[in-house]
Write a protein that binds this ligand. Structure first.
Ligand code: NDP
Length: 308
C-alpha cells in the first residue's frame, strides 16, 4: 500500500468499487480499501435484480469480482484492508487501516452495512448450525426441509424466493400486517406454492441445543404462542450501517447513516459517502453504483480546486 493517494475509497461493495473505477478513470491515484470480504453484502446474493443489461438478474459473486477487475484495470489499487479511523492532516486526511496508515486528499466512505440481528441469546450460539446469514449459500443444505425467514422487506422476500427453489416449505414470519418489499417480489412470493406468508407474527425464541430445531412464535393479535419446526432460520430484518471508524466526527441520521448533499459530500471537507451507508440511499445495487460514480466525480472536482 503506497503511502499517499488522491482518493481513498473505503468499502469493497458495488458503491466502493464503482467509486474506485470512476476515480481512477478521472486520473486520480486511487486506493480502495475493500475490507475483509470483497463485494460486501451483495457477494452472497444469488440474483441481484434491476441492474440494466442483466434482464435475468446477476449473481453477486459474479458482479463483484467483475467490478473489482474493472476498477483495477482502470488503475485503482484494491487491497483487502478495513478502514479503522480517520483524522485531518494539513488539509488532507490520515487514514488508519488494518495494513498501516495512508494519506488521502479525499475519502469516499462506502462501507455498507451488516445484517441486523434479533438479539436473542440462541441466535449467536446456533449461528452456522441452523441460524444462517446467507440464504444462497445455505439453500442447498435445506433440501426438502421446512425453513423460516424473518422480515417483510426486499431482503426477506428475495431470499425466501431463493430458498423456495430448494426447501420443502418456506415460512416468512413478518411482525407487521403488510409487506414493505417491492411488488415484483411480493407477487412472486404470494404465487409461490412453497412460500407461506404469516403476518402479525413475532419470533420470541430460537430453539435447539446443538442445532436449530425450530422457533417459538407469537401471534401479535391473539397473543397465542406456538412452536414452528424449521431446519434453518434466516433473519432479514434490516441493515446496520457500518460506521464505527467515524468516532463521532460526523453527525449521523437517526438510522445511523451518513448525511450528504446531492453530490455525496458530507459536512467534513474532503469526505464523501456513497451506497447504503449514506443517508437517503435507495438501497438498490444500481443506486449504490450511481452514488459511487457521483462521489468520484465530486471528489475529483474538489481535488481540482472546486469549492466544498
Ligand atoms: P428493510 O429495512 O427494508 O426491512 C426490514 C424488515 O424487517 C421489515 O419488514 C421490518 O418490519 C422487519 N423488522 C425490522 N426489525 C425487526 C425485528 N426486530 N423483528 C422482526 N422484524 C423486524 O431491510 P431489507 O434488508 O429488506 O432491505 C434493506 C435495503 O436493501 C432496502 O433499501 C431494500 O430495498 C434493499 N434491497 C433491495 C433489493 C433489490 O432491489 N433487489 C434486494 C434486497 C434488499 P417493520 O416494517 O415492521 O419494521
Amino acid at each position: 500500500m503506497d503511502g499517499e493517494f488522491d482518493i481513498v475509497v473505503a468499502g469493497g461493495g458495488i458503491a466502493g468499487l464503482t467509486a474506485g473505477l470512476g476515480a481512477a478513470r478521472l486520473g486520480c491515484k486511487t486506493l480502495v480499501l475493500a475490507g475483509d470480504v470483497l463485494g460486501g453484502l451483495l457477494l452472497s446474493i444469488e440474483k441481484i435484480d434491476g441492474v440494466p443489461g442483466f434482464p435475468d438478474g446477476v449473481p453477486g459473486y459474479d458482479l463483484c469480482p467483475m467490478a473489482q477487475e474493472q476498477a483495477t484495470a482502470a488503475g485503482a489499487q484494491v487491497v483487502a484492508a478495513r478502514l479503522d479511523g480517520l483524522a485531518p492532516a494539513n488539509g488532507r486526511w490520515r487514514l488508519s487501516t488494518g495494513e498501516g496508515e495512508t494519506i488521502a486528499g479525499a475519502v469516499i466512505l462506502a462501507t455498507g452495512a451488516q445484517l441486523r440481528q434479533l438479539g436473542l441469546p440462541a441466535e449467536q450460539r446456533l449461528l452456522g448450525r441452523g441460524v444462517s446469514l446467507c440464504a444462497s449459500c445455505d439453500a442447498p443444505l435445506v433440501r426438502k426441509r421446512p425453513v423460516a425467514v424473518i422480515g417483510g422487506g426486499d431482503s426477506a422476500l428475495q431470499e425466501a424466493l431463493t430458498l423456495a427453489e430448494h426447501a420443502e416449505r418456506v415460512i416468512v414470519l413478518h411482525r407487521g400486517k403488510a409487506l414493505s418489499a417491492q411488488a415484483a417480489y411480493v407477487d412472486r412470493a404470494r404465487a409461490h406454492p412453497r412460500i407461506e406468508l404469516r403476518f402479525a407474527t413475532a419470533v420470541d425464541d430460537i430453539l435447539g441445543d446443538d442445532r436449530l430445531t425450530g422457533v417459538r412464535i407469537r401471534d401479535l393479535e391473539s397473543g397465542t404462542t406456538a412452536v414452528l419446526d424449521a431446519a434453518a432460520l434466516f433473519v432479514y430484518i434490516g441493515l446496520e450501517p457500518a460506521t464505527s471508524y467515524l468516532q463521532e466526527q460526523l453527525a449521523l441520521d437517526p438510522g445511523g447513516r451518513i448525511p450528504t448533499d446531492a453530490r455525496m459530500r458530507t459536512q467534513l471537507r474532503g469526505i464523501l459517502a456513497a451506497g447504503i451507508v449514506r443517508s437517503g440511499s435507495p438501497g438498490r445495487a444500481v443506486g449504490a453504483a450511481g452514488e459511487g460514480a457521483a462521489a468520484a466525480v465530486a471528489a475529483h472536482a474538489f481535488l481540482s480546486g472546486g469549492e466544498w
